[in-house]
Design a protein around this ligand. Sequence first.
Ligand SMILES: [Cu+2]
Length: 166
Amino acid sequence: MKKIFLSPALIALLLAAPVLAGNPPQATAQIKDAKGEPVGTASFVQQPKGVLVTVEVKGLEPGKHPMHIHAVGKCDAPDFRSAGPHLGDHKMAGMKGSMAMETMAGDLPELLVGADGTGKAEVLNPEISLGSKSLLQKQGTALLIHDATKPSKRIACGVISTNPNP
Ligand SMILES: [Cu+2]
């Protein structure tokens, strides 16, 4: 006689299996400053309820840098105007309930950079996806970091791409 025994850990693993099966869609961005120097990376991993955005930078001015996803996947230094406006709200995607919300899909929390010039942010953004109507839209998207003291100034930019080595 065999006893079937499932440990809680194994049950947890079995429940998680459908999520682990296959690789979730993901994308990255190589972030460069106005001089074209690499200053960090960002990763975007599709989750059941949004996209997990992880940003890591070095060599930036200390402070709270506004950070967003912008609506054009083009990072022309030095002013990065080519990245266009913020990635818009998803009214166009026809999602009900979001109409009254002021938040835009491209909104991200401020990136806090310490005295050593490094910073890291990790956020689950439920307003975006790794689909063709969001991060991977036709004209592309870009992760943009603004100046801490002069928010209108764009200081670093990375095109969001599914190619790990763009
Ligand atoms: Cu921005």
